[in-house]
Design a protein around this ligand. Structure first.
Ligand code: OSB
Ligand code: MG
Length: 373
């Protein structure tokens, strides 16, 4: 495809409620959107980096700078602009998977939009709707937690994930089990524990959780393998899985029996599909993680989650779980499911009025001003 310009647009969107995890609290999302403007079509990418480098080393200001100063010039210099050329062209730049993923998503959306092809079909989706789960942050008290979970179950969410940390783990899980019975339940620690906590984490065993997500630091594959031998709850990795190769390695070493896939964490939807394929070939089920996306990122996540090895319910919630008003027509729960967009590309477009009202800055880079562009 051809590009005339790339737009780096920053938007500011308050969450309906602050989201607290072991690594910090997010109340307002400061999000970078990448717009590829071409003569035949436009494409949108959403960068999932947070405001601060607390989930991973990336953060939105850093992603903005690396896209502008290092990624776009390399992409233009590589010549032929196509989604499958993006990752190879950007590979010399170390790290920055969320920045790379946002660029690739924009190119992929523009390319598929021009071809009239939906992302879901392109990725190999086999379903037209996906079950919706919800990730519950750490609230102030157990009664507050039970109210929040009750509200989500009333709306029809098909699985609940509780964020945990030392001091907020066994008791909230016990309370949810006592109140809501055998609702599909899992926990996410975002690296908050060490292997020394193995005996304590074994205290979760009686609650028959679907999985425990990323209990130990991201580089501790051996530790996760040892922990997996010491607890009954299946171990799932999020932060540790940075590529299809990392997934294959973690699985081979017994560090996880389930994988969370986030396109931003692995450098894009094309690599996310490879992670899916590697896991499927090894009999390891996957599920789609979330990064508090707008309807743009959500549309792509729903498409990804419709692939066949997404056998567990993902953190792909309805727009209303995050936003008063989403950037796109809202994703709504229908009997606990979200519909996979059927239109070309990611299948959704920002509402121009909402987009204008949340925009804090726009930087337009003419393609011709980039080396080789
Ligand atoms: O670890 O899965 C995580 C949000 C931001 C950063 C990391 C994580 C999360 C979530 C929320 O759990 C998932 C969502 O609903 O988007
Ligand atoms: Mg996680």
């Amino acid at each position: 495809m051809k590009a005339d310009a790339v737009e780096l647009r920053r938007i500011r969107m308050p969450l309906v409620a602050p989201f607290r995890t072991s690594f910090g609290t997010e109340a307002v999302r400061d999000i970078l959107l990448v717009g590829v403007k071409g003569p035949d079509s436009d494409g949108w990418g959403e960068c999932v980096a947070m405001g601060e480098p607390l989930y991973s080393p990336e953060y939105v200001d850093g992603a903005h700078a690396v896209i502008r100063d290092h990624l776009l010039p390399r992409l233009a210099a590589a010549g032929d602009l196509a989604a499958h050329h993006v990752a190879p062209a950007l590979a010399p730049v170390k790290g920055h998977p969320m920045a790379k993923a946002a660029v690739e998503m924009a190119v992929l959306d523009a390319e598929l939009a021009a071809a009239g092809r939906p992302l879901a079909a392109f990725l190999g989706a086999t379903r037209d709707r996906v079950p919706s789960g919800v990730s519950v942050g750490i609230p102030g008290s157990i009664p507050e937690l039970l109210d929040i979970v009750a509200g989500y179950l009333d709306q029809g969410y098909r699985r609940v994930k509780l964020k945990i940390e030392p001091g907020w783990d066994i008791e909230p899980v016990r309370a949810v089990r006592e109140r809501f019975g055998d609702v599909p339940l899992q926990v996410d620690a975002n690296t908050a524990y060490t292997l020394g906590d193995a005996a304590h984490l074994a205290g979760l065993d009686p609650f028959e959780l679907l999985l425990i997500e990323q209990p130990l630091p991201e580089d501790d594959i051996a530790g996760h393998a040892e922990l997996a031998r010491r607890i009954r709850t299946p171990v799932c990795l999020d932060e540790s899985i940075t590529s299809a190769r990392a997934a294959a390695d973690a699985i081979a070493r017994g560090a996880c029996s389930i994988v969370n896939i986030k396109a931003g964490r692995v450098g894009g939807y094309l690599e996310a599909r490879r992670v899916h394929d590697v896991c499927a070939a090894r009999g390891v089920p996957v599920w789609c993680g979330g990064m508090l996306e707008t309807g743009l990122g959500r549309a792509a996540n729903v498409a990804l989650a419709a692939l066949p090895d997404f056998l567990l319910v993902g953190d792909v919630s309805a727009s209303s779980r995050y936003w008063e008003r989403d950037l796109t027509p809202p994703f709504v729960l229908e009997d606990g499911y979200l519909r996979v967009p059927g239109g070309p590309g990611i299948g959704v477009r920002p509402d121009p009025e909402v987009l204008a009202s949340v925009t804090t800055s726009v930087e337009t880079i003419p393609w011709g001003s980039l080396a080789g562009g």
